[in-house]
Design a protein around this ligand. Structure first.
Ligand SMILES: Nc1nc2c(c(=O)[nH]1)N[C@H]1C(S)=C(S)[C@@H](COP(=O)(O)O)O[C@H]1N2
Ligand SMILES: [Mo]
Length: 387
């Protein structure tokens, strides 16, 4: 039996004209009046700010990890990378509700008729598709990366990096195209009684909730709230999170371990753990700040890298390669620039929070330096090579 066919809630046909509302030339209407230029404009402004922040902090992270020759990255402030990368990841996550709300607000435009009015209009629409695609791609791959879920067949860092240029390029053109419209809609007071503010506040609150339940991964006082963060300060051996355990890295404690200083030096050096402990040791309060956004401050004790390099007679401008006992893996070596190894806070740490390093934290010896991405704080160090 055929009952009354209910009209679709989403699509409604009407000839009414209401100002501001997204309207399709075919006369197709969308029932929620929040598919609205004003809402779209505000969400667009917020998203523009969020994506620009993510782009800038992302570039900082990229160039800190792969500095071009001319770039001397500073070793201070100690917490700089912790802040920029926290902003990148936590800000990026908080963008998700904005992005979803924006897509929902403007999706009726997908059904625009005719789909293309002119060459210019066609190009404009194509650009919007690029923008939407790149945005979704960045957010999705970023989230998967934090979860170590490499569901994609490409290397995350490289793809995420290059896609960001496509995204920011498309964003700049989009802003240029929409600027006058956005100005017009945002500056003019609305005439209708539509409750946009409620909708925008809800979206803003959702964003804030994501940020608040993640920021604890970088800001210890809020650690209890970090429901969305896979790693948190305070959780892990010696109160510091571990990304890669000794077991996962295939590293076991080696009783015959020695630390060697080699390469372009006046004299090669070799130390047992006791030898190192007999040298003047320092203590420093420094964070581990992972590219995934989590970070944890800790007190490290150990020997200054610069003391060892001076003992070996290394050139002041030398670059240093730190080698781990770990055999494979992307992070078994790292580079230390002159500016970083001259910093008195750059240590080959033996102690963490007052105890000898746990094997998972790099026992017997790990590098810890100020303002440096976690991936460069090499664990299980066995050799310091002067280049
Ligand atoms: N040898 C080695 N050192 C390493 C890693 C690694 O995989 N191998 N991981 C790095 C990463 S990604 C981070 S964030 C820091 C801190 O990680 P942890 O908590 O596992 O010590 O150590 C770094 N040092
Ligand atoms: Mo990391």
């Amino acid at each position: 039996m055929v009952r009354h066919l209910k009209p679709l809630r989403v699509l409604r046909f009407s000839r009414l004209r209401l100002s501001g509302r997204l309207r399709l030339s075919s006369g197709l209407w969308f029932s929620s009046r929040l598919h609205d230029e004003r809402v779209a404009s505000w969400l667009g402004i917020w998203l523009g700010v969020a994506f620009t922040t993510a782009f800038v902090t992302g570039l900082i992270s990229h160039f800190m990890q792969q500095p071009p020759g001319w770039l001397m990255w500073p070793s201070r402030p100690v917490n700089l990378y912790r802040v920029t990368q926290g902003l990148h990841v936590i800000g990026g996550l908080a963008t998700i509700p904005l992005l979803l709300a924006k897509l929902w607000t403007v999706y009726p435009k997908l059904f625009q008729w005719p789909p293309v009015r002119s060459v210019g209009h066609g190009v404009e629409r194509a650009l919007v598709f690029v923008l939407v695609g790149a945005s979704l791609f960045q957010v999705v791959t970023g989230v998967l990366n934090i979860g170590y879920w490499y569901a994609f067949p490409f290397f995350f860092t490289t793809t995420h990096y290059w896609t960001s240029y496509i995204l920011i390029g498309a964003l700049i053109i989009h802003v240029a195209n929409e600027w006058t419209k956005v100005r017009r809609t945002v500056m003019r007071l609305p005439e209708d009684g539509l409750n946009r503010r409620g909708f925008l506040l809800t979206v803003g609150a959702a964003s804030g909730a994501v940020a608040l339940t993640t920021v604890g991964e970088a800001f210890s006082p809020l650690a209890k709230l970090a429901l969305l963060a896979p790693r948190r300060p305070g959780v892990g051996p010696q109160g510091v999170p571990v990304n890669k355990s000794a077991y996962a890295a295939g590293v076991t404690a080696d009783p015959a371990w020695r630390l060697r200083v080699t390469g372009r030096v006046q004299r090669e050096l070799s130390f047992s753990l006791d030898d190192l402990r007999a040298l003047p040791t320092r203590s420093a309060r420094l964070p581990i700040a992972c590219v995934e956004g989590w970070s944890a401050g800790a007190t490290w004790g150990g020997v200054r890298l610069r003391d060892l390099l001076h003992m070996a007679g290394a050139d002041d401008n030398a670059r240093i390669r730190i080698e781990s006992m770990e055999r494979g893996g992307l992070y078994r070596t790292s580079w230390v620039s002159p500016r970083h190894w001259h910093d008195p806070l750059t240590l080959l740490a033996l102690d963490l929070n007052g105890e000898p390093l746990n094997l998972d934290h790099g026992f017997p010896c790990r590098l810890i330096a100020p303002n440096r991405p976690g991936v460069h704080q090499t664990k299980w160090v066995r050799e310091v090579v002067v280049v």
